[in-house]
Design a protein around this ligand. Sequence first.
Ligand code: S3P
Length: 168
Amino acid sequence: MKIFLIGYMGCGKSTKAKQLAHRLNCPVIDLDAEIVSKTGKSIAAYFAEFGESGFRNYESEMLKTFDYPEHCVIATGGGLPCFFDNMDWMNANGETVYLEMEPAALVSRLHNRQKRPLIKDLDDDQLLEFIKVKLQERAPFYSKAKIIVDAFDLDGEKLEQAINKSQE
Ligand code: S3P
């Protein structure tokens, strides 16, 4: 089974993906990290060189062409489900889990913003507004996930339980 973790920047996709993969004893794939390793550029550098649209094209291609092991947990970039048919593709190719979190909680977890080009120049107040607007735009995509979990206080065990429950 391929398990795609989706959700806004700062909701904990990468950490939870590692925890879940450890529990399930399967590999973890971080698609942003794969982009960095394949291109030799940071996400910020990729945005600066090719713009957001260049990044979205590359991100979608990476999603659909990656050679996934049969069982794995995949952490996706926060915007990935909201472009092209990426969300439908993930639903057709695995389980999708939305790690849902309130905007205020996301702000408090997004201290290191420099590596995140969309929010690098925002202060806390601006970031809160930005996230509220973006989450509304993104909600129709995120809510297509097969499983939705509250990401606040989530750990690998609770995540595994939520996935198991959805399979019953
Ligand atoms: C983005 C989220 C980032 C990264 C890029 C754009 C977004 O991933 O893909 O900076 O549009 O929300 P994380 O969610 O892992 O920070």
